[in-house]
Design a protein around this ligand. Sequence first.
Ligand code: HEM
Length: 202
Amino acid sequence: MSRESDFYLRRLHSLLGIIPVGLFVTQHLVVNHFATRGEEAFNNASNFMGNLPFVLFLEWFIIYIPLMFHAFYGVYIAFTAKNNVQRYGTFRNWMFLLQRVTGVFLVIFIAWHLYETRIQKALGTEVDFDMMANILDNPFMLVFYILGVLSATFHLANGLWSFCVTWGIAQSPRSQTIVSYITIIAFLALSVIGVQAIFAFV
Ligand code: HEM
C-alpha cells in the first residue's frame, strides 16, 4: 500500500471511530440504561429505536459499514503496530497496547452480541428485556458482557484522546494532559452507565 493511501485510510479509520461508531456506542449505552427504570421503560425505548423510519438503511450506513471498516482495518493496525511496553513502561505505551487489546476483544464480543440479538431478531425471535435477562442469568455471560462494555468504553474514551492528537486538536503536552483528564472522566461516566444497565437485567 502506498504511503499516501495508508495516510488517508488511517484518517478514515480514526474519524469513523468517533463519527458514527463512537456516537452510536454512546447512544446504545444510554438507551440500555432505560433498563434501570424497569422492564416497560426499556422495551419502549428499544422498540422506539427498532421502529425508526428507514431503520435498515440507518443500521447499515451508521453502524455496520463504518464499524466493519474500522474493525477490519483496526485488526490490521493492531497486528502490525509496534508495541513498546517492554522497552518504555510509560502510561501512554500501556494505553496504546490496551487500545489494541480491547479492539481485538471487541471483534469477538460484538460478533457474539450481534448473533445473540440482531440476528435472532431477523430470524423472528422477540428481542426484549426478558431475552437480555435470560442471557445475563448465566454468570459466564454476565462477566463476558461486563468485559465487553468496559472494553468498548475504554476503547472509545482512549480513542478520543488519540483522535484529538491525530487531528491536531491536542498538540502541546499541556493540552494532551487536559484531554487525558477529560477522557478519563468520559471513560468512568460511560462505564457507570453501561454497567448499571447490565445489572438492571440481573
Ligand atoms: C465499540 C466499537 C468501537 C469504537 C467506538 C471505536 C473507536 C475508536 C476510536 C475513537 C479510535 C481512535 C482513532 C484515532 O486514533 O484517531 C480507535 C482506534 C483504534 N481502534 Fe477502534 N473502535 C471500536 C471498535 C474497534 C474494533 C472492533 C477494532 C478491532 C481491532 C478496533 C481497533 C482499533 C485500533 C487498532 C485503533 C488504534 C488506531 C491507531 O492508533 O492509529 N476498534 N477506535
